[in-house]
Design a protein around this ligand. Sequence first.
Ligand code: FES
Length: 183
Amino acid sequence: MSDRRDFMGMALGAFTGLGALGALYAAKRTWDPLPSVKAAGFTTLDLKDYKEGVLVTEQWRGKPIFVMKMTKEMVKKAKKEDVAIATGHSELERLIKVGSDYFMVCVGLCTHLGCIPGYRPESQDFLCACHGGMYDATADVTKAPPPRGLDIPPFKLDGTKIALGEQGKEYKKMLADGITLAV
Ligand code: FES
C-alpha cells in the first residue's frame, strides 16, 4: 500500500512539475518578443555582396531600402554634379564610402507622398509614377514635386558590414550636414 502511495505521490509530483514547466514555458513565450519584432529594429547587410550598378531592395523596419553599388561612371557623374539640389552639398556626400567603393543606401519611399519610385537601369535614375517626381542614381531629387532626395536610414559601418537602425559617425555627420532628414 505504501509502495502504491509512493508511486501515486511521485506521479502526481511529476505531473505537477511538468505542468509548472509548461506554465513557465508559456510565460517565457509571452514575455519574449516575437522573432519578427526582434529582427525588426536592425538589418545588417554585407556590402561586399552587391554588384555594381544593380539595384537591390532590402527591408528595414517594414520599409523598402534601396541599395546600389555605384559604377565608376556613376561616381564620376556624381563628382561632376556640382551640388545635390536640396542640400547644397556635393552629390557624392549622399553616398556611403567603403574602401574605394561608393554605395547608395536610401529609404525607397518618395519624399513627396510616399510612393515607391521605380529604378530605370537604362537612364540610371528613379521615376516616381505617382506624380512624376524623379531622382538621379544617388537618389537626389532632379524633378519636383518631391522636396528632397530619398532619405538615408540610420546606419553604422563595421568593415564592409552596415547595420541599419544604428547611428554611426558617418550617419551622424550626414544628419548634421543636412544631407538627410532623420527617419
Ligand atoms: S509620391 Fe512621388 S511624386 Fe508624388
